[in-house]
Design a protein around this ligand. Structure first.
Ligand SMILES: Cc1cc2nc3c(=O)[nH]c(=O)nc-3n(C[C@H](O)[C@H](O)[C@H](O)COP(=O)(O)OP(=O)(O)OC[C@H]3O[C@@H](n4cnc5c(N)ncnc54)[C@H](O)[C@@H]3O)c2cc1C
Length: 425
């Protein structure tokens, strides 16, 4: 996993040093701040909530993301928090029979130079936050952005406080205020709520290991995904094997962007009553769960404000359905490419062109990944019948396109092999 060249490149501090405000200190905002700070810019994060979020489920860190953390010299900080799965296995919902296997370890490192990790969102956020603080990035909580004035490069908080910057980055998630007040003001961009929600639950390691019907799920470390009509259960060991993590998609509705609504465990079990007895046995140990709606954004007309000093990244620009597990990775890629582009800025007049170049490098990729997520949603959730049988057949064929976007060789190479330090499309 050596990236000496990338380290040198990302450490270069060629251009003008900028004063940058990032609105939103989630995974995207934090990773972006680290990339920018390493270039010598002054970075302040304005985060709306009162504390660092502990909410959320497991998140996957694919090789295109690990490459960036390695390039930043911080990959080692993750080693106690991650799990390295051997494979992603798509399974038939009713009996657990493998339909398609995507090998991960060691294939990802061998093929793309970097591994595939699993982590809890809260650990991911904490490690990035600790790194940001160590680097001298100012992380200001209780700082909810009300609007951004593109004419004066000023961020206004709901308290009325104002902050001026050379560049303003909107990393404030799917319901972005930066997007709606400074970047796209001629129309209202409404997030698209899918007709599906996800439950999140965990089962402690000792409970899993003490039940002989399911103990193997902790010792044979894979990301397993039982797929069926309008439902799936993605499950894997997490927190260095301390717990088994379950994310379960099902038909339902909930408010967009709310991550901590309690779900009903009886309803959860009812949703998966026709699933494989092995995963249903895991569900017998679930005592509480959270529920949120799956939503994404339509492709936006632009990511950069008309005056060219405000730019969107992450979910604010391209929130995606989680069926390719790339939401956070794409946000991390955005921050990395943004830092590279701003490195070529020698005066404030260069900023609009640098930000538009960033947009050209990132927008199409992120939109293709969004589309890949929607394709997987369709493919995984087919009802039993001819189309599902054809899908299962194609997933087994080595030489044809794999309907599962993770396993399709061409798409996977493009997705996981991407170098955001040096990206051209
Ligand atoms: C609490 C939480 C839990 C999540 N859990 C999951 C999960 O379990 N599974 C999953 O796949 N994805 C989850 N996500 C989404 C996932 O983390 C993102 O898709 C991905 O990491 C992209 O990150 P982002 O930084 O662009 O957006 P986000 O992660 O949404 O981060 C946006 C940040 O901006 C802050 N913010 C929002 N509005 C304002 C404002 N007006 N002013 C200042 N700050 C503002 C938010 O508090 C948040 O910290 C979660 C997001 C959050 C915020």
């Amino acid at each position: 996993m050596t990236t000496t060249k990338e380290n040198q490149k990302s450490n270069s501090t060629m251009g003008k040093k900028l004063n940058i405000i990032i609105c939103g200190g989630g995974l995207g905002g934090l990773a972006c701040a680290i990339g920018l700070k390493r270039k010598g810019h002054t970075v302040t994060i304005l985060e709306g909530s009162h504390t660092l979020s502990e909410v959320g489920a497991g998140i996957q860190m694919p090789p295109n993301c690990v490459r960036i953390l390695e390039g930043y010299g911080i990959a080692d900080k993750f080693k106690d928090a991650i799990t390295i799965p051997k494979n992603i296995v798509l399974r038939r919902y009713s009996n657990g029979k493998p339909l398609s296997t995507t090998p991960l370890d060691p294939l990802m490192s061998d093929s793309y130079g970097f591994p595939y990790w699993l982590i809890h969102r809260a650990d991911y956020q904490r490690i990035l936050w600790e790194t940001a603080v160590e680097l001298g990035i100012k992380y200001q909580i209780d700082s909810r952005v009300d609007y951004v004035d593109d004419d004066t490069n000023t961020v206004y908080l709901v308290t009325g406080e104002a902050y001026h910057a050379d560049v303003i980055v909107g990393a404030d998630g799917i319901r972005s205020r930066v997007r709606d007040t400074a970047v796209i003001t001629e129309e209202v961009i409404l997030p698209i709520a899918s007709p599906q929600c996800a439950y999140r639950a965990t089962v402690p390691r000792e409970v899993m290991l003490s039940d002989p019907k399911i103990a193997h799920l902790m010792t044979d470390v894979n990301a397993n995904n039982w797929i069926g009509y309008r439902r799936h259960i993605m499950a894997y060991p997490m927190k260095n094997g301390e717990m088994y993590n379950l994310v379960m998609a099902h038909p339902g509705q909930a408010p967009i962007g709310t991550w901590n609504m309690p779900g009903n465990v009886d309803e959860l079990k009812e949703h998966y009553k026709s699933f494989d007895p092995v995963i249903r046995q895991v569900l017998t140990h679930v005592t509480h769960c959270l529920e949120w709606v799956l939503a994404d954004l339509p492709p936006l007309p632009r990511w950069v404000s008309p005056k060219g000093r405000v730019v969107l990244i992450g979910d604010a620009a391209h929130a995606m359905l989680p069926f390719l597990s790339q939401g956070a990775a794409q946000a991390v890629e955005d921050g990395c490419t943004l830092a590279e582009e701003l490195d070529s800025v020698n005066s404030l007049d260069d900023l609009p062109e640098a930000l538009r170049k960033f947009e050209r490098k990132r927008k199409r990729r992120a939109e293709i990944v969004q589309l890949g997520g929607r394709k997987n949603q369709h493919i995984w959730h087919l009802p039993d019948g001819e189309e599902q049988e054809e899908r299962d057949r194609l997933m087994k064929e080595k030489d044809s396109e794999n309907p599962d976007q993770w396993s399709d060789v061409k798409f996977q190479r493009w997705l996981f092999g991407w170098n955001a330090f040096d990206s051209t499309f």
